[in-house]
Design a binder for this molecule. Structure first.
Ligand code: PEP
Ligand code: MN
Length: 278
């Protein structure tokens, strides 16, 4: 691609001439195919009641997978750290209830086996994008990996992290743009939507966008979800909470179930406009 060249040392993540885009299969869904995949749920799994309520609501609204953190990488040690294995069990029950596959974060190499035994997709959080022992370990996992972009990572550093997973033998890597640090204070991060068409030029891996962490404000989530699909994203990951004002993490950026319904309505015509379906 004239003008956009990545390091020749990025081998497995790089798109080569004539190569098909990678489609990552999760249950009945394929990330990177014609359909835009929507993953939705709370930031943290807080209780069975909370997760079941949110999971049923997002399923009803048309989400394809559920998200929820059981192991939480928090900025301060005093914040809620997650329900850990109990949270994983609740996620697995929510999958049984709704039929939706589960996306959840793993923060330590020693937990990968445990998380994999409950989850359908292993999320590597932004703060762990360059945790190389963790990347090597999920490279040996059977389940697909959703690799979030680090807070200040360049595209090549992010692809280098993907390369670790691919080199370890796990071909099912999904990239997730979730906003980067810039100078603005009114948004939590700056959602780098140019990363989406850029990645489409340089890598065969599918790309999903997280407008919840990318903006930090629920009012901005649906507009940026529409923009992400217009830019060519293969999926969205959206935080939804039944009572955001009581959320143990990320309430300000969490949609209420009704807000998620209107997000789903708003993205359908945008997907159609760019030749995709939800
Ligand atoms: C999350 O998905 O709740 C999360 C912690 O995201 P990130 O790693 O992008 O901050
Ligand atoms: Mn969150």
């Amino acid at each position: 691609m004239a003008g956009i060249e990545i390091s020749p040392r990025i081998k497995l993540a790089a798109k080569r001439e004539g190569m098909d885009a990678t489609k990552v299969r999760v249950g009945a869904h394929e990330i990177g195919g014609d359909r835009v995949v929507v993953i939705a749920g709370p930031c943290s799994v807080e209780s069975r009641e909370q997760l079941f309520e949110v999971a049923s609501a997002v399923k009803e609204a048309g989400a394809h997978m559920i998200r929820g953190g059981a192991f939480k990488p928090r900025t301060l040690p005093y914040s809620f750290q997650g329900l850990e294995e109990e949270g994983l069990k609740i996620l697995a029950e929510a999958r049984d209830l709704t039929g939706l596959p589960v996306v959840t974060e793993v923060v330590a190499p020693g937990d990968v086996g445990l998380v994999e035994s409950y989850a359908d997709v292993l999320q590597i959080g932004a703060r762990n994008m360059q945790n190389y022992p963790l990347l090597k370990r999920v490279g040996e996992a059977e389940k697909p990996v959703l690799l979030k972009r680090a807070l200040s990572a360049t595209i090549e550093e992010w692809l280098g992290a993907a390369e670790y997973i691919l080199a370890g033998g796990n071909a099912n890597v999904i990239l997730c743009e979730r906003g980067i640090r810039t100078f603005g204070k009114l948004t939590r991060f700056t959602l780098d939507l140019a990363a989406v068409p850029l990645l489409k030029e340089v890598t065969h891996l599918p790309v999903v966008v997280d407008p919840s962490h990318g903006t930090g404000h629920r009012q901005l989530v649906a507009p940026m979800a529409r923009a992400a699909i217009a830019a060519g994203a293969d999926g969205l990951i959206i935080e939804v909470h039944n009572e955001p004002e009581k959320a143990k993490s990320d309430g300000a950026q969490s949609l209420r179930p009704a807000g998620f319904v209107s997000l789903m309505e708003g993205i359908r015509p945008v997907a159609e406009a760019v030749g995709r379906r939800i």
